[in-house]
Design a protein around this ligand. Structure first.
Ligand SMILES: C[S@@+](CC[C@H](N)C(=O)[O-])C[C@H]1O[C@@H](n2cnc3c(N)ncnc32)[C@H](O)[C@@H]1O
Ligand SMILES: [Zn+2]
Length: 319
């Protein structure tokens, strides 16, 4: 294993670090945006891969940025931290006065730090207010607030669409019933318990019954899927010619958007066959560097459970 990756691994285990560095071609140096800097694992690997790399690190979670700053303090001359949603990547990079970047990475979803934070409400392992906002400083609703506001049907749709949960209707019914009785679901333990009572478990189920519902609410309140396509397009605009975009996703809904958007930017038309002309917005701005998603090696999957569901896709700007 590359020495730089081994060192970076001591602070947080970034997913598929060698694959990320290869696909970003960071050893040539240049300016890279880590749009989900988290604990700084990937950023550190990029900074160690060549002395002439610079990283702009974005995260919407101010607490994560503080940790990344601490973890990466030895590199502070080559690093800029920005507290922002990566949906605003264009404005963020424009403001830095940079005209183009050599590579962009996004390692989507929540970090192990967020999942392990007892008070943030991401995990049913800890009893906490049902919050789940990745950016608690922003003005979005908490998970408890949307469960108080939305209709039963809207709640069921979120749990079904974003959690692919078969028992979404039953879960939504119980959530609303509690609310009607003046006792709305307010904590992680209350929701986990309610879900457990609502779903039928089979012997094949290896995950906790509340996993899908928690994932669904997190995706919904943080607007995780809505911003992805625009983010990918904006990232391609920001890249210099030959610059690379690498995205790691953790569930099929995310991966589907990443795959489709990259394919569209690589010239694949998604219009129905009978359409006289293309209206899907297809262009020929990139070439795909990964025809199929790259997955972590067996060894990495064994050592880092988070890597098991990871899918990596990358593309390179042509013009
Ligand atoms: C999986 S972690 C990244 C871990 C990082 N690659 C590392 O090696 O330490 C994802 C991070 O992205 C952040 N994040 C998720 N969605 C975001 C968004 N739309 N804008 C900015 N940051 C986001 C989360 O707050 C979290 O800290
Ligand atoms: Zn088309």
């Amino acid at each position: 294993m590359n020495k730089s990756i081994e060192k970076a691994g001591n602070l947080h285990k970034p997913v598929m670090p060698s694959e990320v560095l290869d696909l970003l071609a960071s050893e040539k140096g240049g300016i890279f945006v880590d749009s989900t800097i988290g604990m700084g694992g990937h950023a550190k690997a990029i900074l160690l891969s060549a002395d002439n790399t610079e990283v702009i690190g974005i995260d919407q979670d101010a607490a994560a940025l503080e940790i990344a700053k601490e973890n990466l303090k030895e590199f502070n001359k080559r690093l800029t931290f920005i507290h922002s949603n990566f949906a605003d990547i264009k404005q963020v990079v424009d403001k830095s006065g940079i005209s183009g970047v050599d590579g962009i990475i996004a390692d989507l979803g929540v970090s192990s730090y967020q999942l392990d934070s007892e008070r943030r409400g991401f995990s049913f392992r800890f009893d906490a207010p049902l919050d789940m906002r990745m950016n608690p400083d922003g003005d979005i609703e908490t998970a408890a607030e949307i469960l108080e506001r939305l209709s039963e049907e809207e709640i069921a749709n979120i749990i079904f669409q974003y959690g692919e949960e078969r028992f979404s209707r039953r879960i939504a019914r119980r959530i609303v019933k509690r609310r009607e009785m003046g006792d709305p679901v307010k904590t992680t333990f209350e929701l986990a318990e309610l879900v457990k009572r609502s779903v039928k478990r089979t012997k094949q189920d290896r995950i906790h019954p509340a996993t899908r519902t928690f994932q669904a609410l997190r995706i919904a309140i943080n607007g995780e899927l809505e911003i992805l396509e625009e983010f990918i397009k904006d990232s391609i605009d920001l890249l210099k010619k030959d610059g690379r975009l690498v995205i790691i996703s953790f569930h099929s809904l995310e991966d589907r958007i990443v795959k489709r958007t990259m394919q569209k930017l690589a010239g694949k038309c998604f219009c129905p066959p009978k359409f006289p002309k293309c209206v899907c917005g297809m262009s020929r701005d990139v070439k795909l560097l990964t025809k199929k998603p790259v997955v972590a090696s067996e060894n990495e999957q064994f050592e880092n459970p988070r890597a098991r569901s990871a899918k990596l896709r990358a593309c390179q700007k042509l013009k």
